[in-house]
Design a protein. Structure first.
Length: 135
């Protein structure tokens, strides 16, 4: 399979990296249509995470995808089929990373990233990641 590399500049959102025991969300990205298989077979939601200087050694931030029928938090649910990705701290924080999630055919119209800071991950994390759609 070819890597999905064409970025849609209009379909991006920011997400703050979470501190320890905290959860953050990006704003929703509107795909324009729900359940658009086979179109979604070639679409990825990509998290571009910068280096996080204050992510504690061996501690993690877990990133996953949620979808919704409407641009509303009450309707959001995890997209279990796409799994999750982790950013792990080292002796001097974490390296920059890119995590790509292939969207399934049954994805609903709105998607967003969810980031969860693990226990003792750090309390002065100020970096912001970017969510983007790639085709």
């Amino acid at each position: 399979l070819l890597a999905r590399s064409i970025r849609d500049a209009l379909l991006t959102a920011n997400i703050a990296a979470p501190n320890a025991n905290a959860t953050t969300y990006s704003t929703f990205i509107d795909l324009g249509v729900a359940n658009s298989f086979p179109t979604t077979e070639s679409i990825s939601l990509v998290a571009n995470v910068p280096a996080i200087a204050n992510l504690a050694n061996t501690k993690v931030i877990t990133i996953s995808v949620e979808d919704a029928d409407a641009n509303a938090n009450a309707n959001a649910a995890a997209l279990a089929l796409v799994g999750s990705g982790t950013i792990t701290g080292g002796a001097s924080g974490s390296a920059a990373a890119e995590i790509a999630f292939a969207l399934p055919g049954n994805v609903r119209r709105f998607v967003r990233l969810k980031a969860v800071g693990g226990s003792a991950a750090g309390t002065t994390i100020t970096e912001t990641a970017t969510a983007e759609i790639r085709v």
